[in-house]
Design a protein around this ligand. Structure first.
Ligand SMILES: C[S@@+](CC[C@H](N)C(=O)[O-])C[C@H]1O[C@@H](n2cnc3c(N)ncnc32)[C@H](O)[C@@H]1O
Length: 243
């Protein structure tokens, strides 16, 4: 996948560049143009044009195949991602009939990975592209016991959602580097989920959130996973249980 991020929407220029890239690198399967006309250094545009191919790539984690758009999150180290998800699965201790929530679910990776034993799984995610990919990924992998909600966790993860989808027996949270918004942490403390698994790529914000969650939950175990070899970055998984 090649994602051309431009500050202007100039189809005649990007088309020429896209054609040249496709000729020089025949292995490219899809080319996208994200138009970011805001003064921010981000690769996620306000909108995108698909210049070539389906607009997504596919990758595998465990037995599952995932479609991934340019604006959707996917773990960069696919081989280690399976190990990370194995730790999350071990910590979640899902029993037959369990209801599971997957907050910040991306393209539904953990949602599908943990769906086999659970009775139903709800994934919540901000990115429209990622949630579109997640729904498609569930269909593609024949997983029928999952549901996805698009929106900001802070807005969406409210009592109405719990009354509609059922009280979770276990909840996975895998927020971005900034960690969880304080309101989301408060909501988790209020909800009193029996088991929780917190996956994080930023130990500092995770420590901040765990300190608050520790008012209501015991932190039973923490396992680092080396997702970023040769760097000081580390992914961390924590197992929490209601006190
Ligand atoms: C670290 S990724 C985890 C994705 C997924 N669990 C995985 O392993 O592939 C964090 C995800 O949170 C989403 N996100 C960021 N802020 C959010 C918010 N306020 N509400 C909902 N989702 C959010 C991002 O789009 C991203 O997909």
């Amino acid at each position: 996948m090649v994602n051309l991020v431009t500050s202007e929407d100039r189809p005649e220029l990007v088309r020429e560049l896209s054609d040249a890239l496709l000729e020089a690198f025949p292995a490219i399967t899809t080319v996208i143009n994200n138009i970011n006309d805001r003064p921010t250094p981000t690769a996620v545009g306000r909108y995108e044009h698909i210049l070539h191919g389906p607009g997504y790539i596919t990758d595998h984690i465990g037995p599952y195949e995932f479609e991934i758009g340019a604006n959707a999150f996917f773990q960069t180290n696919t081989r280690q991602a399976e190990r990370l998800y194995d730790v999350a699965r071990r910590y979640a201790e899902i029993q037959a009939g369990d209801t599971l929530y997957d907050l910040y679910c991306g393209v539904g990776t953990l949602t599908l990975f943990l769906s086999d034993k659970a009775s139903n799984v709800l994934g919540i995610e901000l990115s429209e592209v990622a949630i579109g990919n997640a729904r498609q990924n569930a269909k593609k992998n024949g997983v029928k016991n999952v549901d996805f909600l698009q929106g900001d966790i802070q807005e969406v993860f409210k009592e109405e959602v719990v009354s509609r989808h059922g009280m979770p027996d276990c909840l996975i949270t895998d927020p971005p580097r900034a960690g969880m918004h304080p309101d989301v942490v408060d909501q988790l403390n209020k909800l009193k989920v029996p088991k929780m698994v917190y996956v994080s790529c930023n130990s500092a914000t995770m420590a901040r959130d765990l300190k608050k969650l520790n008012e209501v939950y015991c932190i039973e175990e923490i396992q680092p996973v080396d997702m970023f070899p040769q760097t000081y970055h580390i992914e961390t998984v924590a197992r929490l249980r209601l006190k």
